[in-house]
Design a binder for this molecule. Structure first.
Ligand code: DC
Length: 459
């Protein structure tokens, strides 16, 4: 299990600090830095919020909060270090045994908390829990804790703590912790040891929900054995041109920490090679051409780039001459067989989002998640037109519509592996959706498919 990363919340999950003590620290700091009394009536709840978010809400002005944050938190941290002592802290039931057990399983433990960094470490030290954690990610610099999980995940990967993450598990006591996990496809383990009851937490569909960490600790084996815990999914996205596949698949992969594989770019690179070499377009010539060239999808800080024999052709393969021929090139059976084999090799280890025309039907008919994206022709043409118009002002929307229609007809009528919706695919009509809504809808679908929601353990 040493490829599992646990991101653990502090307050309400591991421990509780006497409310009077916390309020006293804020009152003293507020009076010293801002003057007057803390307007607590402005804060609905502190649970699940970051310290910077609490400060912004109390001030009613996020910009002002960011400007004074360094000063305010210096004072707050100093005050907390003086005032929070072991008698002001109560450990949540089972907190220590959970951390001990999780470590025995080889899980990597990291703090993910809304606390200011020094205050968070001070609480953990005072409670004797700091030694369990390799690092912490804190809420003193971000207004929204939703920004923290991918930072923690990328840090763990960069440090080489985990060669390949199979799972990231967020453990917390609030709906905010659950939604942090959902946003990135992580496992959400909720505990009702904070201000929210099990029933309230279940409404937010955590993957697992326990009364407290004691119950989670005795169920660790069951948690790890659960199939949803250990998989790096294969996500297949198919659909016609302009349905939004590429942008959605890219964003989805980013959110999940997965690799994005654009199979259209592979067919396009072969088409470019054919154009440049001038070979006749037959099944046999194209199949041998494919054997003699090297197509690579490299992941760079500028997103995925396509290389043909070591040359970056990412922009070149989107030019009209390539687009006009790619459907024909990709219709030859030997070309498709070779490409499918290559794509299966690229994706079989999982943790991928692959988009194309035949991913859910031919490349990975057993994919964990299959999405078929569609949109009406007018919407797709409008999207493509906006993309292409800048580089080719002579293009009209009718030209684009005609080309898309032609390409769809060719792609769906070819004999071998045509564009077709897999029977078990989730159909997503994107005509009236924004990119963000498309990503959210797919994540929700994945969550519903794999969530072990309502699995409350009270034994
Ligand atoms: O997604 P795209 O527009 O870049 O794809 C270019 C062409 O490649 C598309 O018209 C059909 C073909 N293609 C395919 O046949 N099978 C795939 N898996 C991906 C693309």
């Amino acid at each position: 299990m040493n490829n599992v990363l646990f991101l653990v919340d502090i307050d309400g999950t591991l421990l509780r600090v006497d409310r009077q003590v916390t309020r006293g620290i804020w009152a003293e700091t507020w009076s010293n830095i801002i003057g007057g009394k803390v307007p607590w009536e402005r804060l609905d709840t502190a649970a699940g919020k970051t310290d910077l978010q609490i400060l912004a809400q109390l001030l009613g002005d996020p910009d002002y909060a960011c400007r004074i944050a360094a000063n305010f938190f210096d004072e707050l941290a100093e005050c907390a270090q003086r005032s929070i002592v072991s008698t002001s802290i109560q450990l949540c039931h089972g907190a220590r045994s959970f951390l001990v057990e999780a470590q025995k399983y080889g899980a990597r433990l990291v703090v993910l908390s809304g606390n200011e960094r020094r205050i968070g470490w001070h609480k953990l030290r005072t409670a004797g829990l700091d030694r369990f954690f390799l690092e912490g990610f804190w809420g003193c610099a971000v207004l929204d804790r939703h920004h923290l999980p991918p930072i923690a995940r990328d840090w763990a990967l960069q440090q080489g703590l985990v060669e390949e993450l199979s799972r990231v598990i967020i453990i917390g006591d609030t709906p905010n912790d659950i939604s942090c996990a959902h946003r990135y496809g992580f496992v959400a383990l909720a505990v009702a040891s904070g201000p929210y009851s099990i029933e309230e937490l279940l409404q937010h569909r955590p993957t697992l929900c326990f009364p407290d960490l004691h119950h989670a600790a005795v169920s660790l084996q069951r948690i790890f054995d659960n199939p949803a815990m250990n998989r790096r999914l294969i996500i297949a996205i198919d659909g016609p041109a302009g349905s939004g596949k590429t942008t959605t698949a890219q964003l989805l992969a980013e959110r999940l920490g997965y690799t994005y594989i654009d199979t259209g770019a592979m067919y396009r690179a072969l088409t470019l090679a054919a154009l440049e070499s001038g070979v006749p377009l037959t099944d046999q010539t194209l199949a041998s051409l494919l054997e003699s060239i090297m197509i690579e999808l490299r992941h760079t800080s500028h997103g995925q780039r396509t290389y043909l024999n070591g040359r970056d052709v990412s922009e070149r393969i989107r030019q009209p001459d390539v687009t006009a021929l790619v459907s024909l090139v990709s219709s030859f059976p030997s070309v498709r067989q070779a490409m499918v084999r290559l794509q299966q090799k690229l994706g079989r280890q999982g943790g991928i989002v692959m988009d194309g025309r035949d991913i859910g039907t031919a490349v990975f008919p057993d994919a964990d998640v299959k999405v078929f994206m569609t949109a009406d022709l007018d919407t797709r043409a409008q999207r493509r037109f906006l993309e292409l118009h800048a580089s080719d002002p002579s293009l009209t929307i009718d030209d684009v519509k005609r080309q898309l229609d032609q390409r769809d007809t060719l792609d769906s009528s070819r004999e071998y592996n045509p564009l077709r919706r897999a029977d078990d695919a989730f159909v997503l009509d994107t005509s009236a959706l924004t990119i963000e809504e498309q990503v959210e809808t797919i994540l929700r679908h994945i969550r519903n498919k794999f969530a072990m929601s309502n699995s409350v353990s009270q034994d």
